[in-house]
Design a protein around this ligand. Structure first.
Ligand SMILES: [Zn+2]
Length: 433
């Protein structure tokens, strides 16, 4: 007998909306069809659309930014996630220089991540490698991870990885079937000035930083046949240049992640009175670049949020760019805002594509045998976004209008969110092997 049968919903399967019932047993989807197999419980989804649980592949909970620690920890961050329909999050191991340190840092981060109330995973992360790179890759896989994040920037805090190592990591990504996730900005073109205010961030890190470094790495990918995942593409010009010059590898070996903030805002917001709240790296771009990014949404494979939230006072009390905490929250509103903007094409970019690129075999689609992670959507009269349900006291998305809401969020067959009530569930670590 099934544990639960969801009836009367309109369900997103293989890119189309279908009227089908969903049977769930032992946390998995075990039935799809119009019959009503025997079940302990029934949930009536009349008037609701059902999509797979969303995966946010880019969050920073409890991140120590030097001057401040990001305010959402795994517990409050996953509460915010549940309100946004996100049932799986991926955070990052602190950057390590070699395999031995990676292992140590992995278990340290895992200890913190265990308080997650959605399913979770960690990306491996490297900086200034001082050990054997192949050993690093094998250790990553051995720990259940298939992604290694690196930064081409931040030499000032010794987090940069240099070209020779990036090139070799890309070669190894092909050999061992892993993904190299890159924060791409040309480190040498970033302008450092102790007098810059936080709202000078777009001047400090102009879009040519992203564009020139991205094209170089795309060439590395073409030469090596490796796998690169560009995190948080912010610049429409960069994406257009990839389409024009690297169409052959785009979506095949070179994958693009972007974030809601780059579609919804532009650098004019930094000039407003509360501009200090719109600070993150890479920063907001011009209106023209924003429009170009929107126009080329087809070539964005995955949406992440880079959720790294702070309170207003954390931002305001560090007005100088050099000690300002970069980052914003956004996990709770990413889907609804982008669904409104782009329609159903955004669904795969937050579910199926993400699961595939992150090597998650149990997530991302509503199909037999997968985890019963589901989001129930409801069309509602227009309303304004309020305060987030995490721990931050603001969101840059407040007061934007939506006409759809997350009616319920289900993780492995259990409701995390239903009837406006959040019921924490113990999240599970996803192993990618
Ligand atoms: Zn990030």
């Amino acid at each position: 007998m099934n544990d639960l049968l969801i009836v009367n919903g309109v369900v997103y399967i293989d890119g189309v909306w279908k009227q089908t019932n969903i049977g769930i047993k032992d946390e998995k989807i075990v039935y799809l069809g119009l019959d009503k197999p025997e079940t302990k419980e029934i949930f009536d989804a009349s008037g609701l659309k059902v999509i797979p649980g969303l995966i946010d592949p880019h969050v920073h909970f409890s991140l120590d930014c030097g001057t401040v620690i990001s305010v959402d920890d795994f517990s409050s961050g996953s509460r915010s996630a549940a309100y946004g329909g996100v049932t799986t999050i991926i955070d990052f191991v602190d950057p390590a220089r070699n395999a031995k340190t990676l292992e140590k840092l992995f278990y340290e981060r895992l200890q913190i991540a265990k308080s997650s109330n959605v399913d979770y995973h960690l990306h491996g992360c490297i900086k200034e490698p001082d050990g054997d790179l192949e050993e690093f890759v094998l250790k990553t896989k051995n720990l259940g991870m298939r992604t290694i994040k690196l930064f081409t920037a931040y030499s000032e805090t010794r987090r940069r990885t240099y070209d020779k190592d990036i090139y070799n990591l890309l070669r190894l990504s092909k050999k061992h079937g892993i993904m190299i996730e890159c924060h791409i900005e040309n480190d040498d073109l970033i302008k450092h000035d102790d007098n810059f205010l936080c709202t000078d961030i777009s001047r400090s890190r102009p879009s040519e930083c992203e564009m020139t470094e991205t094209l170089k790495l795309a060439q590395f990918v073409r030469e090596t046949g490796g796998y690169l995942y560009m995190v948080h593409c912010s610049s429409g010009k960069t994406l257009q240049a990839l389409i024009d010059q690297y169409f052959d590898i785009l979506g095949k070996n070179f994958f693009v992640e972007s974030c809601p903030q780059y579609f919804l805002f532009n650098d004019s917001y930094l000039g407003k009175e509360d501009g200090y709240l719109f600070t993150f790296a890479p920063p907001l771009r011009s209106k023209e670049e924003q429009e170009l990014l929107i126009k080329n949404i087809t070539y964005v494979n995955v949406i992440g949020t880079d959720h790294c939230s702070f309170n207003m006072a954390d931002k305001k009390s560090h007005p100088l760019l050099k000690d300002h905490p970069f980052g914003i929250g956004g996990i709770e509103t990413s889907f609804l805002l982008l669904h409104k903007m782009f329609g159903d094409q955004i669904i795969d970019k937050m579910t199926k594509n993400t699961a595939k690129l992150q090597y998650f075999s149990q997530k991302g689609t509503i199909s037999l045998g997968k985890d019963a992670d589901l989001v129930f959507l409801k069309d509602v009269p227009s309303y304004k976004i309020g305060k987030p349900h995490g721990r931050a006291d603001y969101s840059i998305y407040e007061n934007l209008e939506l006409n759809e809401k997350i009616e319920a969020t289900m993780l492995r067959g259990r409701f995390l969110l239903k009837d406006e009530i959040y019921t924490p569930i113990r999240g599970e670590l996803i192993n990618c092997n």
